[in-house]
Design a binder for this molecule. Structure first.
Ligand code: NAI
Length: 245
């Protein structure tokens, strides 16, 4: 389905991003694995190659604007194009508003929102010049419903929705779509940090009665990223087992 397409996934060293990278590679894509953590980025990339896929790893902090331009330029120099950008990298620095520090606020905005801007900005030029592109951004249920202790995260993820819609408008006549996924509660190292008792409580409130898996999200990302989804842009797909019906 993605044979010989070039796909860049940020935050692909673990969790949902790693699953997305592996899924695209299985479908024939050349996958650029970008992560803050060099070791995990290289491991995911090596695993893909060991399975017969094509991949290249980059260490990068998505909040670094110059590095984003460098990474995208390196991918285009090596493979001649960039078909799909998945802005998956994200962090949490949870705290009630009362206790939240400006450092916690800035860290989350810089990674989860400015990071999306940085890679979208760098990729958009390439995609619009070549007349084709699929951008898939990561929002969250927290952007839509709010979440106690996540003022910074909810704000960044709501910002991602606004960014996505505007990029969709600006790219629409140039063959470039931009959509967002808004996952609910997905089993990854990010949510492994949540105490078991709270996790069980959350699962009992999910209508489908289970936690989501990275593959649940990866399938949705691939849908937005497919050639066939060219008439779908500026949309937000909630992937949460019915948590927000
Ligand atoms: P995770 O914490 O398991 O993995 C995130 C990856 O991003 C890590 O490999 C990390 O090294 C990388 N990363 C973090 N900061 C970075 C930076 N500044 N530059 C480059 N790479 C960086 O997270 P998970 O759960 O896989 O989340 C992926 C995305 O899904 C995030 O945007 C998250 O906010 C979003 N999401 C996750 C949910 C969940 O329940 N797990 C729910 C809703 C949204």
């Amino acid at each position: 389905m993605f044979k010989d397409q070039v796909v860049l996934v940020t935050g692909a060293g673990q969790g949902i991003g790693a699953e997305i990278a592996r899924e695209f590679a299985k479908d024939g894509a050349i996958v650029a694995v970008v992560d803050f953590n060099q070791e995990t980025a290289e491991k995911v990339s090596a695993d893909i190659k060991a399975q017969g896929g094509q991949s290249v790893a980059f260490q990068a902090d998505v909040s670094d604007t110059e590095r984003a331009a460098e990474v995208v330029a390196a991918v285009v120099a090596q493979f001649g194009k960039l078909d799909v950008l998945v802005n998956n990298a994200g962090i949490t620095r949870d705290s009630s508003l009362k206790k939240m520090t400006i450092e916690q606020w800035n860290a989350v905005i810089q990674t989860n929102l400015t990071g999306v801007y940085n890679y979208t900005k760098a990729a958009f030029d390439v995609m619009t010049t070549l007349g084709y592109g699929r951008i898939v951004n990561f929002s969250s249920l927290a952007a839509i419903s709010g979440n106690f202790g996540q003022t910074n995260y909810s704000a960044a993820k709501a910002g991602v929705i606004g960014l996505t819609r505007t990029v969709a408008l600006e790219g629409a006549s140039k063959g470039v779509t931009a959509n967002a996924v808004a996952p609910g509660f997905i089993q990854t190292p990010m949510t492994d940090k949540i105490p078991e008792e709270i996790k069980q409580k959350m699962i009992s409130s999910i209508p489908v009665k289970r936690i989501g898996y990275p593959s649940d999200v990866a399938h949705a990302v691939k849908f937005f990223a497919s050639k066939e989804a060219g008439y779908i842009t500026g949309q937000v797909l909630e992937i949460n087992g019915g948590m927000h019906i």
